[in-house]
Design a protein around this ligand. Structure first.
Ligand SMILES: [Fe+2]
Ligand SMILES: [Fe+2]
Length: 295
């Protein structure tokens, strides 16, 4: 729901999408061949920073980065498909000439381009991709079908904030293979606008939310981050790089990533939850235990 005061801002976003589209076909040097660049910045590789990481050869470290970045893009593309479904449902309820409708159509176009771009990048890297677990698929589908719109939009926002953290770090790492850096840069530019819009839209719900609603929003954000984080460390990736005990590696990597994530990647998300007063005696302990958040 967009307030009258924000209409002008949304018009500006629509104008930006029209005048400055970032097209994957033109923006990304798809023709480039890999040499021995990194495929994911070292610090984003799940196991990096843990002593077990040093037991891997340079090639194994690089290949782990390949499988993880492919899995990240695969999961995001899937999540963006869900976001498009949510936006489409919203469109059916609002007039086509409203500012909200016009912006959502722009966002849909961009999100479809992103999915197309991620699919192409996945093919380019030729990494292992693992279908989402039945549990993940069920939660995603249930949420996007049956939850109220405000919960769905806050979920989209949470996922966009996580994606953006990764995007920022990847695009700023000169050691990373250029097409992947450009994919991240493109995504960062357009997601920045989406985040701006969704925050405006959410204000309508968060501004007057009481204790219960704020608590629920905070938990929805938390679950979305947990959901995205739990998608990309898998035993299959460790099998693919040929370690002796893949299950052990995956286990350690999962725990290690949780700590890293809590320490380094949550700042912007915590700031957002703070904006709507989402931390309280119920949510704080959950954020600390599930996300290792430093609150
Ligand atoms: Fe996107
Ligand atoms: Fe987006």
């Amino acid at each position: 729901m967009i307030s009258t005061a924000d209409i002008e801002k949304v018009e500006r976003l629509i104008h930006l999408s029209e005048t400055n589209p970032v097209l994957p076909d033109e923006f990304i040097p798809w023709h480039m061949q890999e040499k021995d660049e990194l495929l994911l910045p070292r610090e984003l590789v799940s196991l990096e920073g843990h002593p077990l990481f040093d037991s891997l050869t340079e090639t194994q470290k690089r290949e782990l980065g390949r499988h993880e970045v492919v899995q990240v893009m695969y999961s995001y593309a899937w999540a963006e498909g869900l976001a498009c479904f949510i936006f489409n449902k919203r469109l059916l309820k609002i007039p086509p000439d409203s500012v909200e409708y016009r912006y959502l159509v722009k966002e849909l176009i961009e999100e479809f381009r992103h999915q197309d771009m991620f699919a192409r990048a996945i093919r380019l890297l030729n990494g292992r991709k693992i279908k989402l677990s039945k549990f993940h698929q069920f939660v995603g589908r249930f949420h996007s079908r049956y939850m109220p719109a405000s919960y769905q939009f806050i979920s989209v926002l949470a996922v966009e904030l996580v994606t953006d953290i990764y995007g920022k770090m990847i695009r700023k790492s000169p050691a990373v293979f250029e097409p992947i850096r450009k994919v991240s840069e493109l995504h960062h530019i357009e997601e920045g606008r989406h985040i701006h819009y969704t925050k405006m839209w959410m204000k309508h719900y968060t501004d007057n939310a009481g204790f219960f609603k704020r608590t629920a929003f905070s938990i929805v954000v938390l679950l979305n981050i947990w959901y995205m984080r739990s998608l990309y460390v898998t035993k299959v990736n460790f099998e693919a790089i040929g370690v002796d005990d893949p299950a052990k590696y995956a286990n350690v990597a999962r725990k290690h990533l949780k700590q890293k994530f809590g320490t380094f990647y949550l700042d912007e998300i915590i700031e957002f939850v703070n904006e709507f007063n989402g931390f309280n005696f119920i949510t704080k302990p959950l954020w600390r235990s599930i996300l290792a958040a430093k609150l």
